[in-house]
Design a protein around this ligand. Sequence first.
Ligand code: ARG
Length: 456
Amino acid sequence: MWGGRFAEGPAAVMRSINASIPFDKRLWRQDIAGSKAHVAMLGATGIVAPDDASAISAGLDVVAAHYEAHGVAEDMALEDIHMQSESRLAAAIGPVAGRLHTARSRNDQVATDFKLWVRDAIDEVETALAAFQDALLTRAEEHADSVMPGFTHLQSAQPVTLGHHLMAYHEMIARDRSRFADARKRMNLSPLGSAALAGTGFPIDREMTAAALGFDGPTRNSLDGVSDRDFAIEYLTCATQCSLHLSRLAEEFVLWASQPFGFVALSDQWSTGSSIMPQKRNPDAAELVRGHAGRILGCMTALMVTMKGLPLAYSKDMQDDKPPVFEAHDLLGLSIAAMTGMVESATFRTTRMREVAEAGFATATDLADWLVREAGVPFREAHHITGQAVARAEALGLKLDALPLTALQAIDSRIDERVYDVLSVDASVASRVSFGGTAPVRVRAAIAAARGRKTA
Ligand code: ARG
């Protein structure tokens, strides 16, 4: 299609390194949609005779039906999806197909196709993340009162509820969704009509093609239109951040499913066995979600590095923009679906969680706070007194709330029997009613508020 000035064809390796059809065939729907919008505009503006435009449009439907039924052939000689579709079109309707590429270049064509693809990808992620949040909300509501140890430094710190813990992930995903939505808004201008780099002398109507493709308008600078890949990079940064969140939850599932923790039993559907150790139930899916986050980050890095040194406008390096985005999108889709499935089907071992929360002197802060509130002790001194109480309980092999009053009073005489109201894990959790805190009433309110919000 560009061979006019060449006497010889390309070397075999040249053909291979040049071809993007093995991966960009994934853009076929967007390529057909872009071409249909373009040819409708060519007909409406009289750049192409209306009859020819209609014939081309009908021919594009034939090509689409063929792809739908048989897939896209990987013909290296045809390089990419754009040439592949044009050649199929010519096979279907004859030489009039040659008018489609008027006032267009593959440079604005590919930028448009890829933007349309990324936009669809964002919409898919949005749906998947909303479903994941629903799963988190359901399980959080079920466990709004379930006490578990809250950790800092992975040391038992203060008791929290499992519902509160799960709602923390709901917050992360809400930010992810807002980032994707924001990226979608910013990218939604149509490059079509930027032509090769400088625009075109044909009297095209860019508003028309932009509207037909669901864009908010045309891009404002033709050089930027063909060379901008920010939208793909933004997709990857959003995907990376989201995958980091999924990876953190995956890591918690791996820990919680281990015998020393025993906080969660993964369902059969979400565990695998060992070929040698019959007792094993491995959290492979969670481990792979953790692993995929690294690969998604790698995809983001790959595209950023591809773009960093490119002068305006289009360079062929930019053909390498697609594989990392496709790969990241597939990995992210699997990761979200897997975490949704695991959250939905996990059995949380609440008895074990409570036992560990009670064993870790997790209510020590409550004792210190009580001394401040009820006995007017400065916090630093209260901290010291509490430290002695913990040491005493540890020496006696008792939980904090099982220490006899005499033992507590031997440490500080200002302590009286009212202290037991705050030493249980339930009392501790129930007391944390500050906005955003772990008290079950707060967790329920957070769940209700999340359900009430339209998005995220
Ligand atoms: N296959 C190319 C890509 O994906 C299409 C654009 C080619 N443009 C060009 N001037 N060679 O980037």
